[in-house]
Design a protein around this ligand. Structure first.
Ligand code: GDP
Ligand code: ZN
Length: 357
């Protein structure tokens, strides 16, 4: 927000913003790149010894988090500054240095820099970022062949948001058992033609069926050793795939996300589950609806990898690939050399970024 916006705010909100700026600064100190000083508890200013090694945040509750450290799950307190801004400054998947208080309690000493993150605007404070998960190695974007119908526009948006957050993606098309076989050949299903552009992208692409077990072994291999999140429209089979991967995991299939009395989705806490093969799955309903946080129009075309070889041929260096004359991207889409549906999504996202400014 710029100064003008600030002038228009009611006094109460201004105070809130000043307060949150102060808290942000304190939280920022916890994010310093190197732990120079031993951690100090802001309440007592007593230095607590920092423990060797790193801890992984597997769940966050009010004022504290659960961490995995040395193969154990331990409770760790958040210093006050961090507790107040925890929704943006601490997320499952974060790596920490922790200190031990004289009482024996563990406390967060430092949040280590993130490799990647998935964020969305905070539902209450739109200018604030809410980090849903950090340090993901892979996001599996799940779609279904049918039930619900294949939504390629949504798939494109997920892929753009993931690329923007620096999270590698894979596409899983579930419910392959629902392919309409003509002459006994599932591959002749016309729905599969719509997926052709995705199979040509540089990321893993799998057909699966949680019901028949098709592709589950390949999926397991793809996830091995990684911290992963499953995203996608509800009903595509994310929980079913998790259950197929790991029957001992307690995931509820067909569960509808909880609504409060005003019909809003209530916030449900995120958690990391550990499977065999050193695979960690981050499960958070919120992550299934993450938005395009702070995306610049200029960045957008970079997230459509098939535009890459074409953009140098556009007449203008700063071509937005929407209306400009002699735009190689627009011309390729018109000529059928580029997938028309992906290009359409590009234009839609571009237009939405325009109006947000
Ligand atoms: P989520 O909302 O993405 O977690 O989806 P769920 O795992 O809850 O599955 C939604 C519905 O699709 C359930 O009724 C599942 O039984 C069904 N389903 C899941 N995977 C498959 C599959 O591979 N084939 C078929 N035919 N149905 C499936
Ligand atoms: Zn262009």
């Amino acid at each position: 927000m710029d100064e003008h916006d600030y002038d228009d705010l009611p006094l109460r909100q201004k105070r809130g913003l000043r307060r949150s700026a102060r808290i942000d600064r304190r939280a920022e100190r916890l994010r310093a790149p190197v732990p120079v000083q031993p951690a100090t508890d802001t309440a007592t200013e007593v230095a607590d010894p920092v423990l060797p090694g790193e801890a992984l945040v597997v769940a966050i509750t009010r004022g504290q988090c659960e961490v995995e450290m040395g193969g154990e799950i331990l409770l760790c307190h958040l210093p006050k500054a961090l507790a107040l801004v925890q929704k943006s400054d601490l997320a499952v998947g974060d790596r920490l240095r922790v200190a031990r208080r004289s009482s024996g309690e563990l406390v967060v000493a430092q949040v280590l820099p993130r490799r990647s993150r998935l964020s969305r605007p905070d539902p209450l404070l739109a200018h604030r970022e809410r980090v849903l998960a950090a340090n993901l190695d892979l996001a599996v974007v799940v779609t279904a062949l049918r039930k619900p119908a294949l939504a390629t526009g949504l798939l494109d948006r997920f892929l753009v948001a993931l690329a923007h957050g620096g999270v590698p993606a894979a596409v899983v098309v579930n419910k392959y058992d629902l392919a309409e076989t003509q002459g006994g050949d599932a591959a002749s299903d016309p729905e599969l033609a719509r997926l052709a552009p995705y199979r040509a992208l540089r990321m893993p692409f799998l057909f699966c069926s949680a019901r028949s077990g098709l592709g589950i072994e390949e999926l397991r291999q793809l996830l091995a050793g990684k911290t992963v999140v499953f995203v996608g429209h509800s009903g595509v089979g994310k929980s079913s795939l998790l259950a197929a991967l790991s029957p001992e995991l307690d995931v509820r299939v067909g569960e509808v996300s909880t609504m409060n009395s005003r019909g809003r989705h209530t916030t449900t806490r995120a958690r990391i589950y550990r499977l065999a093969n050193d695979t960690r799955i981050i499960d958070t309903p919120g992550i299934r609806e993450f938005g395009l946080w702070k995306l610049d129009r200029e960045e957008l075309s970079g997230y459509f990898e098939e535009f890459e070889p074409l953009t140098p041929q556009c007449r203008f260096n700063d071509c937005s690939h929407s209306h400009e004359p002699s735009c190689a991207v627009r011309e390729a889409a018109a000529a059928g050399a580029l997938d028309a549906s992906r290009y359409e999504t590009y234009l839609r996202i571009l237009a939405s970024l325009e109006t947000e400014r």
